[in-house]
Design a protein around this ligand. Structure first.
Ligand SMILES: Cc1cc2nc3c(=O)[nH]c(=O)nc-3n(C[C@H](O)[C@H](O)[C@H](O)COP(=O)(O)OP(=O)(O)OC[C@H]3O[C@@H](n4cnc5c(N)ncnc54)[C@H](O)[C@@H]3O)c2cc1C
Length: 394
């Protein structure tokens, strides 16, 4: 694959944010190159998000990458919260008129790669030492080394930093310009994927004396389950039998009785963090998705925030590059962050409500129980939960 010497936009990172940006630009006739550090097989095998807000569904459809999602995804009209041995169903459709779509991030990524390949967009895999230069000036460029060891330089008008939390893009913003906000949670999530029927038709978020658990799924024969665990636990401390008995103990009796167990086909430990970098722009460099902000997976917001950032950024870049105005670019950071912070708040709130904290006192537990009981009895509280979960407007 030949790498052009100049394109309007260089996109660093081939996760959902970078691939979706490349797709939206291509549909508008704007050329870009995506530089991805990993192999394509690696990117496509990462098991991550599985819940799409309705706004995300609509963006994917508008990018003409929604056909398989509409065929194979599952529309859920609500989720259940469990506590005190009961299941509380929150009816999203009834409360907000909107639903969510269960469709794995891996599948979204595959659909985007297929669309970009078909359109001939250059996605460079195994790009090493990627580095943006001169982004504060009018003539930025990006350098990298390809898989054969050849060095490249691509000149561009704009650089999109879509390279996730551990990427390089955010690091080139001087510390005098960047401000960061962070909350690290004192536990992790141990997740497994198993080829078993999901315990419930919809997701269950479980509050229990033993800690949090989440019952999620990919399809009728593929379940995704998580249990809260200490941050320093090793994966081999969690053989499948221990995982299943811990999960069962955290579910209400009625759901535990329905749980079907089987061998795990994937197991991972995820730390939980809230993080926001401000602003999301430095000169001609724009951060989007996990490169600019991270949320704990509790509210299922990370992938969805990447999509809303790209929705704003793509429109702004297209406007600026097609001879229109740069107002969208000037407003991008404020616009994206206004939505990001609301999702950060929701994810933080749900994390605090559902987990056991190591330093939790009896008072804190009583507050959690009171809040869950309030949620169960108040249509207004359920509506607020539902509105945030299905996703705030773009
Ligand atoms: C276990 C788990 C469960 C999750 N569950 C949910 C959920 O249910 N709902 C939800 O919305 N979100 C969820 N998330 C979060 C979601 O997966 C992320 O928010 C999402 O992947 C962000 O997309 P992104 O494209 O911004 O970043 P990433 O997916 O991290 O993509 C960044 C890409 O950049 C590449 N890269 C990094 N550094 C460089 C470099 N120097 N040069 C070139 N390329 C580079 C990386 O290899 C990667 O491919 C979950 C995350 C995890 C880990």
């Amino acid at each position: 694959m030949s790498v052009p010497a100049r394109v309007p936009v260089v996109i660093i990172g081939g996760g959902p944010a970078g691939l979706l940006l490349a797709r939206l630009l291509q549909l508008a006739g704007v050329e870009s190159v995506v530089l991805e550090r990993q192999t394509r097989a690696h990117v496509m095998s990462r098991v991550r998000a599985g819940v799409l807000e309705w706004g995300t569904v609509e963006v994917l459809r508008s990018a003409s990458v929604g056909d398989r999602m509409d065929r194979e995804g599952f529309v859920h009209d609500g989720v259940s919260l469990s506590f005190a041995d009961r299941l509380l169903h929150v009816d999203f459709a009834g409360l907000t008129g909107r639903s969510i779509m269960v469709y794995g991030q891996t599948e979204v990524t595959k659909d985007l790669y297929a669309a970009l390949d078909e359109a001939g967009v250059v996605v460079v895999d195994r790009a090493a030492d990627v580095l943006p230069h001169d982004v504060a000036g009018d003539a930025p460029f990006v350098t990298f080394v390809d898989a054969d060891g050849a060095a490249h330089r691509i000149d561009c008008a704009y650089v999109a930093g879509c390279d996730g939390f551990h990427g390089v893009s955010r690091t080139v913003i001087p510390s005098a310009v960047a401000r960061t906000y962070e909350r690290v949670y004192p536990f992790g999530w141990l997740g497994i994927l198993s080829e078993t029927p999901p315990v419930n038709d919809e997701l269950i978020y479980a509050h229990s004396a033993r800690g949090f658990a989440l019952c999620s799924m990919r399809h009728a024969l593929l379940s995704r389950y998580y249990v809260q665990c200490p941050l320093d636990d090793a994966l081999d401390a969690w053989p499948d039998d221990r995982f299943w008995s811990e999960l069962r103990a955290r579910l209400p009796t009625e759901a535990a009785a329905r749980l079907v167990t089987g061998p795990s086909i994937e197991k991972s430990l995820t730390p939980l963090r809230s993080f926001v970098a401000e602003p999301l722009r430095f000169g001609r460099l724009f951060l989007a998705g996990d490169a600019g902000h991270v949320v704990p997976p509790t509210g299922a917001k990370g992938l969805n925030l990447a999509v809303s950032d790209i929705h704003y950024l793509a429109a702004a870049l297209i406007d600026a590059l097609s001879g229109g105005s740069t107002t969208g670019l000037d407003e991008y950071s404020d616009r994206a962050l206004a939505r990001v912070w609301k999702a950060v708040r929701f994810s933080w709130w749900l994390t605090r409500l559902m987990h056991r904290f190591p330093d939790q006192e009896p008072f804190d537990l009583k507050i959690q129980e009171a809040e869950l009981s309030y949620l169960a009895g108040s249509p207004a509280a359920q509506q607020s939960f539902a509105e945030n979960y299905v996703g705030l407007g773009f």
